[in-house]
Ligand binder design. Structure first.
Ligand SMILES: [Cu+2]
Length: 193
């Protein structure tokens, strides 16, 4: 399960000195980019491994959510909430796998052990697609109306990156140095043409 942001913040920091970054992700005309994953990689510090798993469900012949961000090393469960069988697969270099054809819950979760974007499909339903965005940090979030807030960050230097479905080339990035208690506003303007 995933904790709501407020709870996750308390678990991550337990204190008032944590910094936060409010990120806007906009296209070349200033329109918000939805379902963009924003993540902050700490510089010179190796984040603790993930303690929680994640779930990518299959409902009404679609993956839910369509974009799932996880920290490297996270195990993801793939329940099937439909009454038709699905067969989940990926050919992406960051994680190649194929689950057996199944209903209900498959025997074991899939561990995403390398960073990168993993594109998922279903062998039975060509139109089903999803992305697991595997990042080397516990500090990530997904934009809603082009905005996302990363909270509970320790002070230090970070590289902030953005990924969204359809991105061509390298993930846009910005360097950031956070002091204790900082609340920073950052904007990405991405030319989508
Ligand atoms: Cu399917």
């Amino acid at each position: 399960m995933r904790w709501p942001p407020a709870v996750a913040l308390l678990l991550a920091t337990g204190g008032a000195s944590a910094a936060s970054v409010n990120v806007a992700v906009l296209d070349e005309r200033g329109a918000p980019i939805a379902q963009a994953v924003v993540y902050a990689i700490p510089e010179g510090r190796r984040p603790a491994p993930p303690v929680r798993g994640a779930v990518l469900d299959q409902k009404n012949r679609a993956f839910v959510p369509h974009v799932l961000a996880v920290q490297t090393g996270t195990s993801v469960k793939f329940p099937n909430s439909d009454n038709v069988r699905h067969q989940v697969y990926s050919f992406s270099p960051a994680k190649r796998f194929q689950l057996p054809l199944y209903e209900g819950t498959p025997a074991a979760p899939v561990v995403f052990d390398k960073p990168g974007v993993v594109t998922l499909g279903c062998n039975i339903h060509d139109r089903m697609s999803a992305y697991v965005v595997v990042v080397d940090t516990p500090h990530f979030g997904e934009t809603e109306k082009g905005r996302v807030s990363l909270q509970g960050l320790a002070e230090g230097r970070y590289t902030l990156r953005v990924w969204y479905a359809g991105l061509r080339g390298e993930a846009p990035s910005q360097e950031l140095t956070l002091g204790a208690g900082d609340a920073r506003d950052v904007q990405f303007r991405i030319d989508r043409k």
